[in-house]
Design a protein around this ligand. Structure first.
Ligand SMILES: [Zn+2]
Length: 83
């Protein structure tokens, strides 16, 4: 069980958006909160911390693309739920 550092939402499942499977997160994995869409990263103890703009600037281009895609997928789902 992981808590989102932004909305305190309890995140039980972590969907790997490259494989489409539920997987255990690893330190350094990027995450978009299911509830609030906050961009987070797992720290060395596998706890979620918010991804600051400084941290985001240190990501590789691929990692930035990945979290952007994940966030856009979240945003589309949220729009559908909200309509
Ligand atoms: Zn959240």
């Amino acid at each position: 069980m992981t808590q989102c550092p932004n909305c305190s939402g309890e995140l039980e499942m972590h969907l790997n958006n490259q494989t489409g499977k539920v997987e255990a997160p690893l330190p350094g994995d990027l995450s978009v909160c299911w509830f609030c869409g906050s961009k987070n990263i797992f720290d060395k103890d596998c706890r979620l911390v918010m991804l600051t703009s400084e941290m985001e600037a240190q990501l590789t281009e691929l990692e930035r693309d990945m979290i952007q895609v994940a966030w856009e997928v979240w945003n589309v789902k949220y729009s559908i739920r909200g309509s």
